[in-house]
Ligand binder design. Structure first.
Ligand code: HEC
Ligand code: HEC
Length: 276
């Protein structure tokens, strides 16, 4: 191969890659074959969090919503899928332990697929967000354990972003049956093992019982927040007993404690905050 020819090939490849990456618009928009390929990629790389059909799962938002939070144009979406969203569970391309990640073309295919799944008109909020906020900070006692926009308790996860990253159904499920799926720490994307809100009971050498949720844990020590928001750092080999449970520290709210309508109002409030 002559040197000149080789240089041209390299330049061509770089230009072809740049043509995909630098476009503001999806070069594969509306292409049914690309959408099909994208659906396959989505199932492997994204459905784990965003659910099958992109309808949202336990860990990622519904991507079929016409109005999204971070991504308006195709270029925004390309950027988010390539680089992730810092401080959230949304990973950068190639950081999921799945080889080297997707090519630019595969990312555009996924975007074509997501666009093909979008609903045309946004869902109407079902509940009354203003009443939901009153309940959250009042009768329903949610704010004893949860913070929203800097106000509230800290035993449970901060719910400021939950309305933007969980489906309505997933939020309702968390309230009706908290232990079925324990929340993951949303801001712990950099940890190899995402932190789950497990409940713990530790008994110290002098017989003191500490109940709460784990904040951090390794082989030797554990950090526990108790229901008074006191943080205890304990050495495991100094404890008389240490037990974890998958029973949520959140009480189960049955319909006789919190009606479907009131819960719908609270969810509408969380969605209104999460959409900001
Ligand atoms: C480990 C879980 C996880 C995986 C895997 C994941 N995501 Fe996400 N993604 C999230 C979370 C959480 C958010 C919301 C972040 C926030 O706003 O708090 C998000 C946000 C997004 C958004 C922005 C939505 C908006 O409202 O603007 C897009 C687009 C997106 N993800 C696409 C993808 C695609 C495509 C894949 C696969 C290539 C993928 N995600 C893989 C968790 C994940
Ligand atoms: C006694 C403390 C406590 C109260 C009161 C409480 N929660 Fe929770 N909540 C928690 C804890 C701890 C978790 C994490 C474990 C889990 O997922 O169940 C949690 C998890 C959640 C989640 C899942 C969050 C996620 O990231 O998936 C939602 C949604 C939620 N709570 C909503 C509410 C609402 C709405 C109320 C009021 C009706 C409420 N909680 C009352 C402690 C509480």
């Amino acid at each position: 191969m002559s040197r000149r020819w080789r240089t041209e090939v390299v330049v061509f490849v770089i230009l072809a890659a740049a043509a995909y990456a630098a476009d503001d618009r999806n070069p594969l928009a509306g292409d049914a074959k690309a959408a099909k390929a994208g659906e396959y990629e989505f199932r492997i790389n994204c459905a784990l969090c965003h659910g099958l059909g992109a309808h949202g799962g336990g860990r990622g938002p519904d991507l079929t919503r016409a109005v999204k939070k971070h991504t308006h144009s195709d270029a925004d979406m390309f950027q988010v899928i390539s680089n992730g969203i810092p401080g959230t569970a949304m990973p950068a391309n190639g950081t999921n332990g799945q080889g080297v990640g997707m090519t630019d073309e595969e990312i555009w295919q996924i975007i074509t697929y997501i666009r093909s799944q979008e609903v045309k008109a946004p869902a109407k909020p079902l509940g009354n967000a203003v009443h939901g906020k009153d309940l959250f900070y009042g009768d329903a006692n949610c704010s004893l354990c949860h913070m929203v926009e800097g106000k509230g308790g800290r035993l449970g996860p901060d719910l400021t972003a939950v309305g933007g990253s969980r489906t309505r159904e997933a939020m309702i499920d968390s309230v009706r049956d908290p232990s079925r799926r324990l929340a993951w720490g949303l801001t712990e994307a950099t940890k190899e093992f995402p932190h789950e809100y497990e409940s713990v009971t530790a008994v110290t050498a002098d017989g003191k019982e500490i109940k709460g949720v784990t904040l951090n844990e390794d082989s030797f020590s554990v950090q526990i927040m108790d229901s008074n928001e006191q943080i205890h750092l304990l050495k495991k080999d100094k404890l008389r007993s240490f037990q974890k449970s998958r029973q949520s520290a959140m009480p189960k709210y049955d319909a006789d404690v919190l009606s479907d309508k009131d819960l719908e109002d609270i969810v509408a409030y969380l969605i209104s905050v999460g959409a900001k």
